[in-house]
Ligand binder design. Structure first.
Ligand SMILES: NC(=O)c1ccc[n+]([C@@H]2O[C@H](COP(=O)([O-])OP(=O)(O)OC[C@H]3O[C@@H](n4cnc5c(N)ncnc54)[C@H](O)[C@@H]3O)[C@@H](O)[C@H]2O)c1
Ligand SMILES: [Zn+2]
Ligand SMILES: [Zn+2]
Length: 398
C-alpha cells in the first residue's frame, strides 16, 4: 500500500504545483471517522473550466488546496459500513459531495446537499465548498460511497471507453442538465453559449436528445471548428453583429426554443467588445436568444468574482436585463448540476455506443500528473483539448 499521495495543489493564481502529501484516511473534513467511505486509486481526473476560475483567481481557495473534482477510480480500501462495493470496482465520482440522507439528497437534488458543507447547501471536491480534498491526485477519499459512486458494470469494457466515461463525473451530466433545464427535446432548436468542454458536451448531449438546429457561439476558432465538423452551426462572436441577427441568418428566426449558458462570469462581449470581460454578457445573451415561452439553462458559474471591475459584481450582483426578458414569460434555471440525476443513463448511452461522436467533440487528451500544471496554462489559453490526467499511467497502459 502506498503511504503518500502526489497531487496538484493551488499555490497562487496561475501557480499550480504537484506535491507529495499524506495518503488519505477514511475521515471526514471535520475529523469524524467515515466508515461509509472508500479510498480510490485514481484512474482518470480531468481539468475543468471550473478549476480555471481558481487558477485565474476569480474563485478564492486556501493556499495548498488539492485541486480536482472530476474523478474516476478503482476502489482499493473500504470502510466497514460499505455494503455494495468491492475492492477492484471501477467507479465514477459525482463532483457534488452528497450525504444521501438529507431532504434534498432524498429528492435527488445532490447539488444542494444540506450536510456536506456547513457554510452553504453545496459540497464539492477541490473547491472551497466543505473542505473536501480534491482528486487531481493518485488517491482520493470518497464518503457515503454506497450512495455516491457509480460502478461501471465491466472493468475491461469500461477501460476501453474510459476517455468518454471519465466525463461522467461532471461535464457530460452537467451539460445534459443545462439542456433539461432549457426544455430540450427532439426537434428543439438550441443556442449553446461557449464551446469549452462543457459547451461541447452540451452539443453532444443535444445530438443525443435529437435537437434539430444546434448553434454554438464562441470566439475560439479551433473550438468552433470542432463543433462545425461534428454537425453543429457555429457563431463567431468576434464578428460585430448582434447575436439574434446571427441566429436569424442561420435559422430564419432570431430566437431559439432553448438556450444554455456554458460560460459564467468570465464572459466576454461581442464584436468590438469581444476583448473585454463583461461578467453578465453571456447570461443576458442566452436570455435574449430564447423565444417567448422557451427556456434558459444557466450552467456557467456566477459567484462573487474578485476579478470583476465593479464593486457590485465583485460581490456577486450582476446586471440582468430582466425588463426586456419579462414579457417573454421567461423560465430560467441555474446552479450546480445534480450529477447523480443523470450519470447512470449517460453511462449506459456511452456503453451502448449511442454517443460515438463524444471523444471527437471533446478532443480529449490524456496527460501525466506532472504535466498538469502546464496543462492548466494551455487550457486557460483556450485550446480545444479536454485534459484528462492519468496519475498512474493506467489509461496509457490500457
Ligand atoms: N453548474 C455546474 O454544475 C458546472 C459544472 C461544470 C462546469 N461549470 C461551468 O461551466 C462553464 C464552462 O466550463 P468549461 O470547462 O467549458 O470552461 P471554458 O472556460 O473552457 O469555456 C468557456 C468558453 O466560453 C467562451 N465565452 C466567453 N464569453 C462568451 C460569450 N459571451 N458567449 C459565448 N461564449 C463565450 C470562452 O471563449 C470559452 O471558450 C464554467 O463557468 C464552469 O465553471 C458549471
Ligand atoms: Zn468540472
Ligand atoms: Zn445530503
Amino acid at each position: 500500500m502506498a503511504n503518500s499521495n502526489r497531487a496538484v495543489t493551488f499555490q497562487n493564481p496561475k501557480d499550480m504545483r504537484v506535491e507529495s502529501l499524506d495518503f488519505p484516511k477514511l475521515q471526514m473534513p471535520n475529523g469524524r471517522k467515515a466508515p461509509h467511505g472508500v479510498i480510490l486509486r485514481i484512474v482518470a481526473t480531468n481539468i475543468c473550466g471550473s478549476d480555471l476560475h481558481i487558477y485565474r483567481g476569480s474563485f478564492p481557495v486556501p493556499q495548498g488546496m488539492v485541486m480536482g473534482h472530476e474523478m474516476t477510480g478503482e476502489v482499493i480500501e473500504l470502510g466497514p459500513d460499505v455494503e455494495f462495493l468491492s475492492e477492484g470496482d471501477l467507479v465514477s465520482v459525482p463532483f457534488n459531495v452528497a450525504c444521501g440522507r438529507c431532504r434534498n439528497c432524498r429528492a435527488r437534488r445532490t447539488d444542494v446537499c444540506e450536510t456536506t458543507n456547513p457554510k452553504v447547501a453545496c459540497g464539492a471536491y477541490g473547491f472551497n465548498l466543505g473542505d473536501w480534498t480534491g482528486g487531481q491526485a493518485e488517491y482520493l477519499f470518497v464518503p457515503y460511497a454506497d450512495f455516491q459512486l457509480l460502478r461501471f458494470p465491466d472493468r475491461d469494457q469500461a477501460m476501453a471507453k474510459i476517455r468518454d466515461l471519465a466525463l461522467l463525473s461532471d461535464i457530460l451530466p452537467t451539460a445534459f442538465h443545462g439542456l433539461m433545464e432549457a426544455g430540450a427535446k427532439p426537434g428543439s432548436t438550441v443556442y449553446l453559449a461557449g464551446a469549452g468542454p462543457v459547451g461541447r458536451c452540451g452539443a453532444a448531449a443535444a445530438r443525443l436528445l435529437g435537437a434539430s438546429c444546434i448553434i454554438v457561439g464562441d470566439y475560439h476558432k479551433d473550438r468552433l471548428d470542432l463543433m462545425k465538423k461534428n454537425g453543429c452551426e457555429t457563431i463567431d462572436l468576434s464578428q460585430d453583429a448582434a447575436l439574434t441577427d446571427q441566429i436569424e441568418a442561420i435559422l430564419g428566426e432570431p430566437m431559439v426554443d432553448c438556450a444554455v449558458d456554458y460560460v459564467g462570469t468570465e464572459a466576454h462581449g461581442i464584436g468590438r467588445e469581444a476583448e473585454d470581460m463583461d461578467p453578465a454578457y453571456a447570461l443576458n445573451q442566452v436570455i435574449d436568444a430564447t423565444r417567448a415561452g422557451g427556456a434558459t439553462g444557466v450552467i456557467g458559474v456566477y459567484g462573487p468574482d474578485p476579478l470583476a471591475k465593479s464593486k457590485a459584481e465583485q460581490e456577486g450582483t450582476y446586471p440582468i436585463d430582466f425588463g426586456k426578458a419579462w414579457i417573454k414569460s421567461p423560465r430560467i434555471a441555474a446552479g450546480q448540476a445534480p450529477i447523480m440525476h443523470y450519470n447512470r443513463e449517460l453511462m449506459m448511452a456511452i456503453l451502448w455506443d449511442r454517443m460515438p461522436y463524444l471523444s471527437a467533440m471533446l478532443n480529449t487528451k490524456v496527460i501525466s500528473l506532472d504535466d498538469a500544471p502546464d496543462a492548466y496554462a494551455t487550457f486557460d489559453a483556450g485550446v480545444s483539448e479536454k485534459f484528462i490526467i492519468d496519475p498512474h499511467g493506467l489509461i496509457a497502459a490500457a
